[in-house]
Design a protein around this ligand. Sequence first.
Ligand code: ZN
Length: 368
Amino acid sequence: MPRIQQIIDFLEQIAPPALQEDYDNSGLLVGEPHAEVDKVLVSLDVTEAVVAEAVALGAGLIVSHHPIVFRPLRRITGRNEVERTVMAALRAGIGLYAIHTNLDNVAHGVNAMMCRKLGLEGMRVLRPAKGTLAKVVTFVPHSHAEVVREAMFAAGGGHIGAYDQCSFSHGGEGTFRAGAGTTPYVGSLGEQHREAETRIEMVVERWNLGRVVASMKRVHPYEEVAHDVIMLDNTHPSAGSGGVGTFAEPMDWDAFVTMVKSAFGAPMVRHTAPPKGSIKTVALCGGTGSFLLPDAIRSGADVFLSSDFKYHEFFGAEGRITIADIGHAEAEGGISQWLVDQLAEFQLGFPNFAVLLSKVRTNPIHVS
Ligand SMILES: [Zn+2]
């Protein structure tokens, strides 16, 4: 039986926690990481009804997109749904884990799921993340360049978009003088040594820095490993907010609305004036997406598909794009099934481990 922490480690490979927004509260919210579970229930939200479902199914962990605890709880007395849900989970010994804006902010997460539902191709991130990349440079004798490079790749270094094992190397000469008490790999104590070295550099996501530098040092032959860690100002090509993709065949507004309603199970679409021509490019963001409207307009998209737009925010379209609000739960609902599918890979290592999709309707909004 896997421990909760093993499930978390797997999910955090998919969506690194470092990518969550400052205001968010993703991660393990209730429960002990070392607890063993043989069943996981996946849901968009956690409510009392979802916890009751987990109890009935014997699931020891609920993985949800939205965190049940979002603001700090100063007391837990059961006066509202959040407190009662947390109490029910604690009472039943059920863990609650949320994978929220970190899953919004990876290109293969919520936005890719929405693009697939619409049949959009060539998705790119609408607002690529900043402050996520670093460069690691090291200097190593030619003989060890290959093993050092491979160790850095294996620890997660050298990813650029859909490419991996990206690095740059060139040769040069290093100098050093070994001081008292050292045992240099080459050269003699107290004498300047010249060594033909390879300079290796590669891009590393900041959340992988510790691992990459540690792996590099482990196989590097020098006692003191000369290396630079440089923070980059570059944006991340496959992390950030929202997505934009194109249809292979443009479609008219009526066909688009029909398709959107059926793909997302949306009872209605609230929108600004439809585009004059056909729709080729669509920008999207699952949850509250109004903050991305300027990026959606700049991307040249015909439609911005999102949710939670307020009355005055619709005016922001300015006739330059059509805002289409399909509802929050409708836009993101498909992510639960996607998480179940992802966890199937984790299941391979644990034959008696089950992943179940919640059948509870958590959406509090009804359309009449
Ligand atoms: Zn959401």
